[in-house]
Ligand binder design. Structure first.
Ligand code: NCD
Length: 333
């Protein structure tokens, strides 16, 4: 770890959004993640850093990658993990989020990882419980670990993990910006690290408020593609869209789909990303998603290290900490 000084202390008991953390926090968290990368490559993929701690996944919305990733990450740190799905629970009998969370916490829980369809749900939870809360996606608001793993993936590919500064880097985020928590978390993090962020989408899906935050806004993917180093394609959030948001899926794909043909406009080394799940043939063609420029599966791999780092840091908030590699060395000595 080269860039945070020895006196740095991770101050956050919760990770609710990238908006609330500083560039120094992002650098420390990603340096910690970098140190954990190695654990996943060993034959025994476990370190005892969270032994005796309990992590609960409290998911009120569907998830494949995020929930599996948090479960595996907690397991690799030797925590006990419980998966709670709203379906089949007392939520269907009308129990509130607060009551559900407080009852689960009463069983001796250290971290709640929460996904919810309402923006602000994780913040409300953090006010209701004493344990740490990690936001795994709240409505269309934030999805901090996804934003951070996207940043990690870009930095890793560009060899900038040791000196995490994105000055001179241009990143396009394309598609359903209005409904995307992934876009918001990326925007906060990328701007803090000095990147230029260009948001691209149809007018109905591109809130103008992002311009005030320092992003450039565009309705033309063809015009933006040639000048970016990274293009992050978002899923069209059909479950959050009103029917008037865009004319037809076909028209959307025509103007905003990342096709093989459109890729010819981009730099040959452009980095292609997508948080998943992919609507193949809508926001991205299969040949591009599975092509040489795509880092989509690296994003998933890196998610584990980023979530291990997040779990480790929130459970030891305020304490003197070492970043991942040193912590692993200490724990296994
Ligand atoms: C994202 C989510 O759920 O916000 N997916 C994910 O966590 N990998 C993006 C999406 O659903 O489109």
């Amino acid at each position: 770890m080269t860039q945070t000084d020895a006196t740095y202390r991770w101050p956050h008991k919760h990770l609710l959004g990238v908006e609330q953390i500083s560039a120094a926090d992002i650098r420390f968290l990603l340096a910690t993640a970098h140190g954990f990368e190695d654990v996943s490559k060993r034959s025994v993929k476990k370190v005892p850093l969270l032994r005796g701690k309990v992590v609960v996944n409290l998911f009120f919305e569907d998830s494949t990658r995020t929930r599996a990733s948090f479960s595996l990450a907690a397991g690799r740190l030797s925590a006990d993990v419980m998966d709670f799905a709203a379906k089949g629970s007392s939520v269907s009998k009308g129990e509130t989020l607060r009551d559900t969370a407080r009852n689960i916490e009463a069983m001796g829980v250290d971290v709640i990882v929460c996904r919810h369809h309402l923006s602000g749900a994780a913040h409300q939870l953090a006010r209701s419980v004493n344990c740490s809360v990690i936001n795994a996606g709240d409505g269309s608001h934030e999805h901090p670990t996804q934003g951070l793993l996207d940043i990690y993936t870009i930095a890793q590919k560009l060899g900038r993990l040791d000196k995490l500064d994105f000055s001179g880097l241009s990143v396009a985020i394309v598609g359903d910006i209005a409904n995307s928590r992934v876009a918001r978390s990326n925007v906060h993090g990328l701007l803090k690290l000095g990147a230029r962020v260009i948001l691209v989408g149809p007018p109905t899906l591109l809130p103008r408020g992002f311009g005030d935050m320092g992003c450039e806004l565009s309705h033309s993917l063809d015009a933006v593609l040639p000048r970016v180093h990274v293009v992050n394609m978002l899923r069209v959030q059909f479950e959050r869209l009103s029917s008037q948001a865009f004319p037809s899926v076909r028209e959307y794909a025509t103007f905003f789909g990342l096709t093989q043909k459109r890729m010819k406009l981009a730099r040959p080394d452009v980095i292609v990303m997508h948080p998943g799940p992919i609507n193949r043939g809508i926001e991205i063609d299969s040949s591009v998603a599975d092509g040489a420029n795509s880092l989509i599966l690296s994003q998933v791999t890196n998610g584990l290290a980023v979530r291990m780092a997040t779990l480790r840091l929130v459970t030891a908030a305020g304490a003197a900490q070492t970043t991942g590699a040193d912590a692993v060395a200490e724990a296994t000595a």
